[in-house]
Design a protein around this ligand. Structure first.
Ligand SMILES: Cc1cc2nc3c(=O)[nH]c(=O)nc-3n(C[C@H](O)[C@H](O)[C@H](O)COP(=O)(O)OP(=O)(O)OC[C@H]3O[C@@H](n4cnc5c(N)ncnc54)[C@H](O)[C@@H]3O)c2cc1C
Length: 385
């Protein structure tokens, strides 16, 4: 049973219920039994991507003509929620599905869509998005990776860091300068297929605080030759515009993961405090526990209502940058606070790895940083004041 009993939003249909149900049973069969092993290994099994593709999880909003299920962002939101409820937060699914696929769908030429989207839907291609560099994170304009024309194609040079799916990805959308004199307006996106590609090198799978089985990595491009068709869209220098248009969906998805984790944390905590006894009675019977949980349930319910509303706005094309930034910033902040308060109610057991709340505490922290830090979100919101 879930700790949050808010009625379903207006955009929810029977189809969403069926998708939620099938995603849940898939994750509990193919992911949950392996989470500890993947955490030990620091990476998930590559076949799990293919199984997820077979279950339709990699193509929810890809149109049917390109091999997808033909849904919209609301279907991605349902999958994101189930991934969070199953505790599979380390999975770089969001980068592949609701983040990279729309880049191809919205900005790719017809040929590019026909080439890449069906392979993304079957899991033949696993996608990564490479914007961040050692010297440029928040300041995307400061990237130094560059692509220079060479004959009909391009030559790519540079390095990227913190790239989600960095070890498994064989299709990387890379942000590069194509006209360094034009600042942000001189940026382009390239879709780089990496299988047996000379000039491409994967660096370390980075050790980190949380997301134990996310293969976050460095990537290197040394005089890598790219065909003309690797440029996303028909013309260069559109990258900054393409990224800015796409970031609201990425930020909404981070908010969705935050809602799911809050819901899971509350569900696990309520079950624990009803079982655990102190001073001869269940921890739930202390008024402090009840007030803490009542307060957290209220805050998480408000967060879910805001998020559900914004998903509805987004599928109508009406969720703007500032609103998506509010979702990302406020919900990820709240996620961190709620997981911390829930962990407190577990006492010392909350600090032990075998209790999922401990892993959630570590996994939650990155949500305030990636997809644009929460400080950058506040800057974007402040521009509307
Ligand atoms: C696990 C993980 C996965 C990631 N996945 C990806 C990925 O798949 N693809 C990708 O491209 N990147 C990815 N990133 C990178 C992530 O998006 C960046 O780390 C993030 O954007 C911040 O950039 P930075 O680390 O360079 O921090 P910096 O930009 O150096 O920021 C440092 C601090 O300064 C603050 N700051 C910066 N500018 C301002 C300002 N103007 N006003 C106020 N404060 C400011 C920041 O908020 C932050 O607190 C990932 C990172 C991690 C850790």
């Amino acid at each position: 049973m879930s700790a949050l009993d808010l009625p379903k939003p207006a955009w929810w249909t029977d189809e969403h219920s069926m998708l939620a149900e099938s995603t849940r049973s898939f994750l509990h069969k193919e992911f949950v039994p392996h989470l500890d092993r993947w955490s030990e290994a620091g990476i998930m099994d590559r076949e799990a991507w293919t199984k997820a593709a077979d279950a339709g999880l990699l193509s929810a909003s890809i149109p049917e003509e390109y091999g997808g299920a033909g849904g919209d962002y609301s279907h991605e939101a349902v999958i994101a929620h189930e991934i969070g409820l199953a505790g599979a937060d380390s999975w770089g699914w969001a980068i592949h599905g609701p983040i990279v696929a729309p880049y191809i769908l919205h900005y790719g030429t017809e040929e590019q869509k026909k080439n890449w989207l069906p392979k993304m839907a079957t899991g033949e291609l696993v996608a990564a998005l490479a914007m961040t560099e050692p010297g440029a994170g928040s300041d995307v304009q400061g990237i130094r990776t560059k692509a220079e024309r060479s004959g009909n194609g391009w030559v790519l040079n540079g390095s990227k860091t913190f790239i989600t799916n960095g070890q498994h990805a064989n299709m990387v959308v890379v942000a590069a300068k194509t006209d360094p004199s034009a600042g942000a307006k001189g940026t382009s996106l390239f879709v780089v297929e990496t299988d047996n590609a000379p000039g491409f090198r994967r660096g370390r799978k980075l050790k980190k605080l949380g997301l134990d089985w996310a293969d976050t990595s460095e990537l290197f491009f040394d005089d890598m030759k790219l065909p003309a068709e690797a440029l996303l869209g028909p013309e260069p220098n559109q990258g900054f515009y393409q990224m800015m248009r796409s970031l609201p969906q990425e930020r909404l998805t981070i908010g969705g993961a935050a809602v799911a984790m809050m819901e899971r944390a509350l569900t696990l905590t309520i079950a624990y405090v009803k079982e655990r006894k102190a001073f001869g009675k269940p921890v739930m019977d202390f008024q402090n526990t009840q007030f803490e949980l009542a307060d957290m349930k209220t805050e998480a319910t408000m967060a879910k209502a805001f998020y559900d509303t914004c998903v509805g706005l987004h599928i109508e094309g009406r969720c703007d940058t500032a609103t998506a930034s509010m979702v990302k910033y406020k919900l990820s902040d709240l996620q961190n606070t709620i997981v911390d308060r829930c962990l407190q109610l577990f006492g010392g057991y909350g600090f032990m790895d075998e209790y999922p709340i401990s892993r959630m505490y570590r996994d939650a922290r990155i949500q305030r940083i990636y997809g644009g830090t929460n400080e950058i979100m506040k800057l974007l919101i402040a521009r509307t004041l």
